[in-house]
Design a protein around this ligand. Structure first.
Ligand code: ADP
Ligand code: MG
Length: 438
Protein backbone atom coordinates (compact mmCIF):
# COMPACT_ATOMS: atom_id res chain seq x y z
CA UNK A 1 0.00 0.00 0.00
CA UNK A 2 1.22 3.49 -0.79
CA UNK A 3 -0.07 6.53 1.01
CA UNK A 4 -1.20 9.67 -0.68
CA UNK A 5 1.32 12.45 -0.87
CA UNK A 6 0.70 16.19 -1.19
CA UNK A 7 1.90 18.07 -4.25
CA UNK A 8 5.18 19.80 -3.33
CA UNK A 9 4.53 23.52 -3.83
CA UNK A 10 7.20 26.20 -4.07
CA UNK A 11 7.13 29.85 -5.09
CA UNK A 12 9.97 31.91 -6.56
CA UNK A 13 10.25 35.68 -6.35
CA UNK A 14 12.34 37.09 -9.20
CA UNK A 15 14.31 40.37 -9.09
CA UNK A 16 12.91 43.65 -10.38
CA UNK A 17 13.42 43.87 -14.14
CA UNK A 18 14.23 47.05 -16.08
CA UNK A 19 10.64 48.17 -16.69
CA UNK A 20 9.75 47.83 -13.01
CA UNK A 21 12.63 49.91 -11.64
CA UNK A 22 11.55 52.43 -9.01
CA UNK A 23 8.37 50.59 -8.08
CA UNK A 24 7.50 49.59 -4.54
CA UNK A 25 8.23 45.97 -3.53
CA UNK A 26 4.93 44.39 -2.53
CA UNK A 27 6.11 40.87 -1.60
CA UNK A 28 8.92 39.69 0.69
CA UNK A 29 10.06 36.26 1.84
CA UNK A 30 11.24 34.98 5.21
CA UNK A 31 11.79 31.29 5.75
CA UNK A 32 9.14 29.53 3.72
CA UNK A 33 6.58 32.31 4.08
CA UNK A 34 5.63 35.00 1.56
CA UNK A 35 4.53 38.27 3.20
CA UNK A 36 2.32 40.85 1.52
CA UNK A 37 3.33 44.42 2.38
CA UNK A 38 0.72 45.62 4.94
CA UNK A 39 0.08 48.94 3.13
CA UNK A 40 -0.39 47.19 -0.20
CA UNK A 41 -2.71 44.64 1.42
CA UNK A 42 -4.76 47.41 3.00
CA UNK A 43 -5.24 49.25 -0.29
CA UNK A 44 -6.06 46.18 -2.33
CA UNK A 45 -9.65 45.02 -2.82
CA UNK A 46 -8.44 41.51 -3.36
CA UNK A 47 -5.87 40.79 -0.64
CA UNK A 48 -7.60 38.99 2.20
CA UNK A 49 -4.57 37.04 3.37
CA UNK A 50 -1.23 38.66 4.18
CA UNK A 51 0.97 35.59 4.67
CA UNK A 52 1.30 32.45 2.56
CA UNK A 53 3.34 29.45 3.71
CA UNK A 54 4.68 26.91 1.20
CA UNK A 55 6.94 23.87 1.16
CA UNK A 56 9.53 26.18 -0.23
CA UNK A 57 9.58 29.98 -0.70
CA UNK A 58 12.53 31.06 -2.84
CA UNK A 59 13.84 34.59 -2.74
CA UNK A 60 15.76 35.35 -5.94
CA UNK A 61 15.46 39.14 -5.70
CA UNK A 62 19.02 39.95 -4.60
CA UNK A 63 22.08 37.91 -5.66
CA UNK A 64 24.09 39.42 -2.77
CA UNK A 65 21.65 38.39 -0.03
CA UNK A 66 22.68 35.36 2.08
CA UNK A 67 19.42 33.52 1.41
CA UNK A 68 19.46 34.21 -2.34
CA UNK A 69 18.09 31.31 -4.34
CA UNK A 70 20.27 30.80 -7.42
CA UNK A 71 19.41 28.40 -10.26
CA UNK A 72 21.58 25.82 -8.53
CA UNK A 73 19.82 26.21 -5.19
CA UNK A 74 16.41 26.20 -6.83
CA UNK A 75 17.34 22.87 -8.41
CA UNK A 76 18.39 21.38 -5.06
CA UNK A 77 15.20 22.58 -3.40
CA UNK A 78 12.62 21.71 -6.04
CA UNK A 79 13.83 19.37 -8.77
CA UNK A 80 16.75 17.19 -7.73
CA UNK A 81 14.41 14.72 -6.05
CA UNK A 82 12.88 13.94 -9.45
CA UNK A 83 16.02 12.01 -10.43
CA UNK A 84 15.33 9.57 -7.60
CA UNK A 85 11.64 9.44 -8.50
CA UNK A 86 12.37 8.46 -12.07
CA UNK A 87 15.05 5.92 -11.19
CA UNK A 88 12.75 4.51 -8.52
CA UNK A 89 10.11 3.79 -11.17
CA UNK A 90 7.71 6.65 -10.39
CA UNK A 91 6.10 9.14 -12.74
CA UNK A 92 7.23 12.62 -11.79
CA UNK A 93 5.99 16.02 -12.93
CA UNK A 94 7.15 19.57 -12.29
CA UNK A 95 5.29 22.57 -13.66
CA UNK A 96 5.59 26.34 -13.35
CA UNK A 97 2.61 28.64 -13.02
CA UNK A 98 2.67 32.42 -13.13
CA UNK A 99 1.92 35.58 -15.04
CA UNK A 100 3.92 36.22 -18.24
CA UNK A 101 7.31 37.71 -17.40
CA UNK A 102 7.60 36.31 -13.87
CA UNK A 103 10.32 33.74 -14.52
CA UNK A 104 8.79 30.45 -15.74
CA UNK A 105 11.15 30.07 -18.70
CA UNK A 106 14.13 31.24 -16.64
CA UNK A 107 13.33 28.70 -13.93
CA UNK A 108 12.65 25.74 -16.22
CA UNK A 109 15.10 26.41 -19.06
CA UNK A 110 17.44 29.27 -18.19
CA UNK A 111 20.45 29.38 -20.49
CA UNK A 112 22.70 26.57 -21.65
CA UNK A 113 25.76 28.71 -20.97
CA UNK A 114 27.11 29.72 -18.51
CA UNK A 115 26.34 26.59 -16.50
CA UNK A 116 25.34 28.74 -13.49
CA UNK A 117 22.34 30.00 -15.52
CA UNK A 118 21.03 26.58 -16.48
CA UNK A 119 17.44 26.03 -15.45
CA UNK A 120 15.87 23.04 -13.73
CA UNK A 121 15.21 20.95 -16.84
CA UNK A 122 18.80 21.18 -18.08
CA UNK A 123 20.16 20.30 -14.61
CA UNK A 124 17.73 17.43 -14.34
CA UNK A 125 18.82 15.99 -17.70
CA UNK A 126 22.46 16.36 -16.72
CA UNK A 127 22.00 14.41 -13.48
CA UNK A 128 19.81 11.80 -15.14
CA UNK A 129 22.41 11.07 -17.78
CA UNK A 130 25.16 10.85 -15.12
CA UNK A 131 23.08 8.29 -13.25
CA UNK A 132 22.32 6.44 -16.47
CA UNK A 133 26.01 6.31 -17.39
CA UNK A 134 26.84 4.93 -13.95
CA UNK A 135 24.22 2.20 -14.40
CA UNK A 136 25.49 1.42 -17.90
CA UNK A 137 29.02 1.14 -16.50
CA UNK A 138 27.67 -1.50 -14.17
CA UNK A 139 26.57 -3.43 -17.24
CA UNK A 140 22.88 -2.50 -17.25
CA UNK A 141 20.99 -1.60 -20.41
CA UNK A 142 19.36 1.82 -19.91
CA UNK A 143 17.31 3.67 -22.52
CA UNK A 144 15.97 7.21 -22.49
CA UNK A 145 13.35 8.75 -24.77
CA UNK A 146 12.09 12.29 -25.12
CA UNK A 147 8.75 13.76 -26.16
CA UNK A 148 8.31 17.49 -26.61
CA UNK A 149 4.85 19.00 -27.00
CA UNK A 150 3.33 22.43 -27.10
CA UNK A 151 -0.32 23.20 -26.43
CA UNK A 152 -1.21 26.21 -28.51
CA UNK A 153 -4.76 27.48 -29.11
CA UNK A 154 -6.13 24.14 -27.90
CA UNK A 155 -4.03 22.24 -30.42
CA UNK A 156 -1.24 19.91 -29.47
CA UNK A 157 1.88 20.38 -31.54
CA UNK A 158 4.66 17.83 -31.70
CA UNK A 159 7.86 19.84 -31.36
CA UNK A 160 10.04 16.92 -32.39
CA UNK A 161 8.57 16.60 -35.86
CA UNK A 162 10.65 18.65 -38.30
CA UNK A 163 8.69 21.45 -39.94
CA UNK A 164 9.80 20.64 -43.50
CA UNK A 165 9.57 24.37 -44.04
CA UNK A 166 5.85 24.24 -43.30
CA UNK A 167 5.13 25.27 -39.76
CA UNK A 168 1.37 25.58 -40.26
CA UNK A 169 1.18 21.91 -41.17
CA UNK A 170 2.91 20.83 -38.00
CA UNK A 171 0.66 23.08 -35.96
CA UNK A 172 -2.58 21.73 -37.28
CA UNK A 173 -2.09 18.02 -36.77
CA UNK A 174 -4.88 17.02 -34.39
CA UNK A 175 -3.33 14.74 -31.81
CA UNK A 176 -5.55 12.77 -29.50
CA UNK A 177 -4.78 12.60 -25.81
CA UNK A 178 -5.68 9.49 -23.86
CA UNK A 179 -5.59 8.85 -20.17
CA UNK A 180 -5.23 5.30 -19.01
CA UNK A 181 -3.03 4.79 -15.96
CA UNK A 182 -0.93 7.61 -17.42
CA UNK A 183 -1.32 10.20 -20.16
CA UNK A 184 -0.59 9.28 -23.77
CA UNK A 185 -0.66 11.46 -26.82
CA UNK A 186 -1.25 9.20 -29.76
CA UNK A 187 1.21 9.40 -32.63
CA UNK A 188 3.73 11.87 -31.21
CA UNK A 189 7.43 11.32 -31.82
CA UNK A 190 9.23 9.43 -29.10
CA UNK A 191 12.87 10.17 -29.68
CA UNK A 192 15.74 8.11 -28.23
CA UNK A 193 18.41 10.31 -26.63
CA UNK A 194 21.77 9.20 -25.29
CA UNK A 195 23.35 12.31 -23.82
CA UNK A 196 22.74 15.71 -22.27
CA UNK A 197 24.09 17.35 -25.45
CA UNK A 198 21.59 15.37 -27.50
CA UNK A 199 18.69 16.76 -25.41
CA UNK A 200 20.04 20.31 -25.65
CA UNK A 201 20.14 19.94 -29.43
CA UNK A 202 16.46 19.11 -29.47
CA UNK A 203 15.55 22.04 -27.22
CA UNK A 204 17.64 24.50 -29.19
CA UNK A 205 16.21 23.36 -32.51
CA UNK A 206 12.83 24.38 -31.20
CA UNK A 207 13.96 27.73 -29.88
CA UNK A 208 15.18 28.54 -33.37
CA UNK A 209 12.14 27.48 -35.36
CA UNK A 210 9.66 28.77 -32.79
CA UNK A 211 8.93 32.07 -34.50
CA UNK A 212 7.15 30.28 -37.37
CA UNK A 213 3.64 29.74 -36.02
CA UNK A 214 3.72 32.61 -33.43
CA UNK A 215 4.74 35.09 -36.19
CA UNK A 216 1.88 34.19 -38.50
CA UNK A 217 -0.74 34.40 -35.69
CA UNK A 218 0.34 37.90 -34.71
CA UNK A 219 0.40 39.19 -38.28
CA UNK A 220 -3.13 38.04 -38.97
CA UNK A 221 -4.44 39.57 -35.75
CA UNK A 222 -5.25 36.30 -34.04
CA UNK A 223 -3.49 37.29 -30.84
CA UNK A 224 -6.87 37.79 -29.20
CA UNK A 225 -7.93 34.25 -30.08
CA UNK A 226 -4.64 33.00 -28.62
CA UNK A 227 -5.18 34.88 -25.37
CA UNK A 228 -8.74 33.63 -25.13
CA UNK A 229 -7.55 30.04 -25.43
CA UNK A 230 -4.83 30.60 -22.82
CA UNK A 231 -7.32 32.11 -20.41
CA UNK A 232 -9.82 29.35 -20.99
CA UNK A 233 -7.33 26.57 -20.34
CA UNK A 234 -6.11 28.34 -17.20
CA UNK A 235 -9.70 28.72 -16.05
CA UNK A 236 -10.26 24.98 -16.50
CA UNK A 237 -6.98 24.28 -14.71
CA UNK A 238 -8.14 26.39 -11.75
CA UNK A 239 -11.49 24.61 -11.80
CA UNK A 240 -9.79 21.17 -11.66
CA UNK A 241 -7.43 22.32 -8.92
CA UNK A 242 -10.28 23.66 -6.79
CA UNK A 243 -12.25 20.46 -7.15
CA UNK A 244 -9.23 18.29 -6.41
CA UNK A 245 -8.34 20.30 -3.32
CA UNK A 246 -11.70 19.41 -1.76
CA UNK A 247 -11.48 15.93 -0.20
CA UNK A 248 -15.10 15.04 -1.01
CA UNK A 249 -14.75 15.58 -4.78
CA UNK A 250 -11.20 14.31 -5.02
CA UNK A 251 -12.29 10.72 -4.87
CA UNK A 252 -14.52 10.91 -7.91
CA UNK A 253 -11.90 12.68 -10.05
CA UNK A 254 -9.45 9.84 -10.33
CA UNK A 255 -8.82 9.14 -14.04
CA UNK A 256 -10.03 5.77 -15.19
CA UNK A 257 -12.03 5.13 -12.02
CA UNK A 258 -15.50 4.05 -13.03
CA UNK A 259 -17.90 5.87 -15.29
CA UNK A 260 -19.94 9.08 -15.37
CA UNK A 261 -18.44 12.58 -15.31
CA UNK A 262 -15.25 11.64 -13.46
CA UNK A 263 -12.84 12.95 -16.05
CA UNK A 264 -15.17 15.51 -17.55
CA UNK A 265 -13.54 18.48 -15.88
CA UNK A 266 -10.09 17.47 -17.12
CA UNK A 267 -11.48 16.92 -20.61
CA UNK A 268 -12.47 20.56 -20.92
CA UNK A 269 -9.06 21.57 -22.20
CA UNK A 270 -5.92 19.99 -23.64
CA UNK A 271 -3.80 21.48 -20.89
CA UNK A 272 -5.81 19.92 -18.07
CA UNK A 273 -6.04 16.61 -19.89
CA UNK A 274 -2.26 16.52 -20.29
CA UNK A 275 -1.84 17.33 -16.60
CA UNK A 276 -4.54 14.94 -15.37
CA UNK A 277 -2.21 12.12 -14.42
CA UNK A 278 0.16 14.52 -12.66
CA UNK A 279 -2.68 16.07 -10.66
CA UNK A 280 -4.94 13.18 -9.89
CA UNK A 281 -3.48 9.93 -11.13
CA UNK A 282 -0.22 8.25 -10.33
CA UNK A 283 2.60 10.77 -10.00
CA UNK A 284 4.97 12.59 -7.70
CA UNK A 285 4.22 16.16 -8.58
CA UNK A 286 5.74 19.57 -7.81
CA UNK A 287 4.72 23.08 -8.75
CA UNK A 288 6.57 26.38 -8.70
CA UNK A 289 4.53 29.58 -8.66
CA UNK A 290 6.57 32.43 -10.15
CA UNK A 291 6.17 35.96 -8.81
CA UNK A 292 7.19 39.52 -9.62
CA UNK A 293 8.04 41.70 -6.59
CA UNK A 294 6.68 44.89 -8.22
CA UNK A 295 3.57 46.71 -7.05
CA UNK A 296 2.16 47.01 -10.59
CA UNK A 297 1.92 43.20 -10.77
CA UNK A 298 0.43 42.74 -7.31
CA UNK A 299 -3.05 41.57 -8.33
CA UNK A 300 -1.60 38.86 -10.61
CA UNK A 301 0.94 37.82 -7.98
CA UNK A 302 -1.80 37.53 -5.41
CA UNK A 303 -3.78 35.25 -7.76
CA UNK A 304 -0.70 33.05 -8.20
CA UNK A 305 -0.26 32.85 -4.41
CA UNK A 306 -3.90 31.83 -3.98
CA UNK A 307 -3.63 29.27 -6.78
CA UNK A 308 -0.43 27.80 -5.29
CA UNK A 309 -2.08 27.59 -1.84
CA UNK A 310 -4.96 25.61 -3.34
CA UNK A 311 -2.56 23.23 -5.11
CA UNK A 312 -0.96 22.53 -1.71
CA UNK A 313 -4.17 20.76 -0.66
CA UNK A 314 -4.06 18.24 -3.50
CA UNK A 315 -2.98 14.76 -2.54
CA UNK A 316 -1.89 12.15 -5.06
CA UNK A 317 -1.13 8.50 -4.72
CA UNK A 318 2.07 7.46 -6.48
CA UNK A 319 3.08 3.90 -6.94
CA UNK A 320 6.28 2.72 -8.60
CA UNK A 321 6.12 0.74 -11.81
CA UNK A 322 6.76 -2.92 -11.23
CA UNK A 323 9.29 -4.70 -13.39
CA UNK A 324 7.74 -5.72 -16.70
CA UNK A 325 8.98 -7.78 -19.54
CA UNK A 326 8.39 -5.90 -22.80
CA UNK A 327 7.22 -8.92 -24.81
CA UNK A 328 4.83 -9.94 -22.04
CA UNK A 329 3.49 -6.37 -21.93
CA UNK A 330 2.86 -6.24 -25.69
CA UNK A 331 1.16 -9.64 -25.51
CA UNK A 332 -1.14 -8.59 -22.66
CA UNK A 333 -1.99 -5.35 -24.49
CA UNK A 334 -2.83 -7.38 -27.60
CA UNK A 335 -5.18 -9.51 -25.54
CA UNK A 336 -6.77 -6.45 -23.99
CA UNK A 337 -7.23 -4.94 -27.45
CA UNK A 338 -8.93 -8.06 -28.72
CA UNK A 339 -11.27 -8.15 -25.72
CA UNK A 340 -12.15 -4.48 -26.20
CA UNK A 341 -12.92 -5.05 -29.90
CA UNK A 342 -15.27 -7.88 -29.00
CA UNK A 343 -17.00 -5.75 -26.35
CA UNK A 344 -17.34 -2.89 -28.83
CA UNK A 345 -18.89 -5.14 -31.47
CA UNK A 346 -21.42 -6.38 -28.92
CA UNK A 347 -22.17 -2.93 -27.45
CA UNK A 348 -25.54 -1.39 -28.28
CA UNK A 349 -25.52 1.84 -26.32
CA UNK A 350 -23.69 4.77 -27.91
CA UNK A 351 -22.29 6.13 -24.61
CA UNK A 352 -20.90 2.76 -23.81
CA UNK A 353 -19.43 2.39 -27.31
CA UNK A 354 -17.74 5.81 -27.08
CA UNK A 355 -16.08 4.91 -23.81
CA UNK A 356 -14.90 1.61 -25.27
CA UNK A 357 -13.54 3.31 -28.39
CA UNK A 358 -11.58 5.72 -26.16
CA UNK A 359 -10.08 2.85 -24.25
CA UNK A 360 -9.37 0.87 -27.40
CA UNK A 361 -7.50 3.76 -28.99
CA UNK A 362 -5.49 4.37 -25.82
CA UNK A 363 -4.49 0.72 -25.74
CA UNK A 364 -3.48 0.85 -29.41
CA UNK A 365 -1.38 3.94 -28.73
CA UNK A 366 0.33 2.18 -25.86
CA UNK A 367 1.07 -0.87 -27.97
CA UNK A 368 2.50 1.21 -30.76
CA UNK A 369 4.83 2.79 -28.22
CA UNK A 370 6.15 -0.47 -26.85
CA UNK A 371 6.28 -2.43 -30.10
CA UNK A 372 8.90 -0.31 -31.80
CA UNK A 373 12.37 -1.77 -31.38
CA UNK A 374 15.18 0.36 -29.96
CA UNK A 375 17.32 0.22 -33.14
CA UNK A 376 14.36 1.21 -35.28
CA UNK A 377 13.69 4.20 -33.00
CA UNK A 378 17.34 5.29 -33.18
CA UNK A 379 17.45 5.15 -36.99
CA UNK A 380 14.29 7.26 -37.11
CA UNK A 381 15.83 9.74 -34.63
CA UNK A 382 18.89 10.22 -36.87
CA UNK A 383 16.66 10.90 -39.87
CA UNK A 384 14.62 13.47 -37.90
CA UNK A 385 17.72 15.23 -36.61
CA UNK A 386 19.09 15.68 -40.09
CA UNK A 387 15.70 17.02 -41.26
CA UNK A 388 15.71 19.48 -38.35
CA UNK A 389 19.14 20.66 -39.39
CA UNK A 390 17.81 21.35 -42.87
CA UNK A 391 14.86 23.31 -41.40
CA UNK A 392 17.20 25.47 -39.35
CA UNK A 393 19.35 26.19 -42.35
CA UNK A 394 16.29 27.33 -44.31
CA UNK A 395 15.36 29.69 -41.49
CA UNK A 396 18.94 30.94 -41.36
CA UNK A 397 19.10 30.46 -37.61
CA UNK A 398 21.48 33.18 -36.44
CA UNK A 399 23.64 31.53 -33.81
CA UNK A 400 24.67 27.93 -33.97
CA UNK A 401 25.07 26.79 -30.43
CA UNK A 402 27.94 24.60 -29.32
CA UNK A 403 25.64 21.62 -29.46
CA UNK A 404 24.24 22.27 -32.94
CA UNK A 405 27.53 23.33 -34.43
CA UNK A 406 28.99 19.96 -35.29
CA UNK A 407 25.71 18.61 -36.64
CA UNK A 408 25.14 21.50 -38.98
CA UNK A 409 28.63 22.62 -39.95
CA UNK A 410 28.84 20.11 -42.78
CA UNK A 411 25.53 21.25 -44.25
CA UNK A 412 26.23 24.97 -44.13
CA UNK A 413 28.37 25.12 -47.27
CA UNK A 414 25.69 24.47 -49.83
CA UNK A 415 22.62 25.72 -47.99
CA UNK A 416 20.19 28.02 -49.76
CA UNK A 417 18.94 30.61 -47.29
CA UNK A 418 15.63 32.41 -47.63
CA UNK A 419 15.18 36.05 -46.50
CA UNK A 420 14.13 36.26 -42.86
CA UNK A 421 13.80 38.42 -39.74
CA UNK A 422 15.08 37.16 -36.41
CA UNK A 423 14.85 38.62 -32.91
CA UNK A 424 18.28 38.43 -31.25
CA UNK A 425 17.01 39.33 -27.75
CA UNK A 426 18.87 37.97 -24.72
CA UNK A 427 15.56 37.52 -22.99
CA UNK A 428 14.62 33.84 -23.45
CA UNK A 429 10.95 34.74 -23.67
CA UNK A 430 11.53 37.15 -26.52
CA UNK A 431 14.32 35.31 -28.32
CA UNK A 432 13.41 34.25 -31.84
CA UNK A 433 9.95 35.79 -31.60
CA UNK A 434 8.76 38.68 -33.68
CA UNK A 435 5.63 40.63 -32.90
CA UNK A 436 3.87 42.74 -35.51
CA UNK A 437 1.23 45.12 -34.23
CA UNK A 438 -1.43 45.65 -36.91
P1 ADP B 1 8.05 33.91 -18.19
O1 ADP B 1 8.63 32.70 -18.86
O2 ADP B 1 7.29 33.59 -16.94
O3 ADP B 1 7.26 34.78 -19.11
P2 ADP B 1 10.82 34.79 -18.07
O4 ADP B 1 11.51 33.61 -17.51
O5 ADP B 1 10.96 35.01 -19.54
O6 ADP B 1 9.28 34.82 -17.67
O7 ADP B 1 11.36 36.04 -17.25
C1 ADP B 1 10.98 37.39 -17.55
C2 ADP B 1 12.14 38.32 -17.28
O8 ADP B 1 12.54 38.25 -15.91
C3 ADP B 1 13.39 37.99 -18.09
O9 ADP B 1 13.99 39.19 -18.45
C4 ADP B 1 14.27 37.23 -17.13
O10 ADP B 1 15.62 37.38 -17.43
C5 ADP B 1 13.91 37.86 -15.78
N1 ADP B 1 13.99 36.85 -14.69
C6 ADP B 1 13.08 35.91 -14.42
N2 ADP B 1 13.45 35.15 -13.38
C7 ADP B 1 14.65 35.61 -12.99
C8 ADP B 1 15.58 35.24 -11.97
N3 ADP B 1 15.33 34.23 -11.12
N4 ADP B 1 16.72 35.95 -11.86
C9 ADP B 1 16.98 36.98 -12.71
N5 ADP B 1 16.15 37.37 -13.67
C10 ADP B 1 15.01 36.71 -13.84
MG1 MG C 1 8.20 32.00 -20.83
Amino acid sequence: MTDKEAVCVGVRLRPFVAYEQGQQQCLTISGNVVHVDPNVAEQSQKAKVSEFAFDCAMDSTDPDAPDYVSQDRCYDLMAKRMVDHVLGGYFSCLFCYGQTGTGKTTTIMGKVEPVSKQGLLLRLMNDLFSEMTALQDEGLEVHCKVQMLEVYNEKVRDLLVPMNGNSALALNVPFDIFVQQRTYVKGVADEPVDSFENCVQLIECNEKVEEGPHQSSNVSGERLVELTFINQSLMWLASCIQALAKPETRKSMVPGAGTGNLMSRFRNSKLTLLLSNALSGNSKTSMIGTLSPALANFEESYSTLTFASTVKNIKIKAKPASAVDKDALVKSLQEELQALKEQLAASEEKVHADALTDKLEATEALMERYRKGWEEAQTEAKRLMSQRGADLEKLGAPRWSWAMHSVLAAKREDSKRIPHLVNYSDDPYMRGRLTFHP
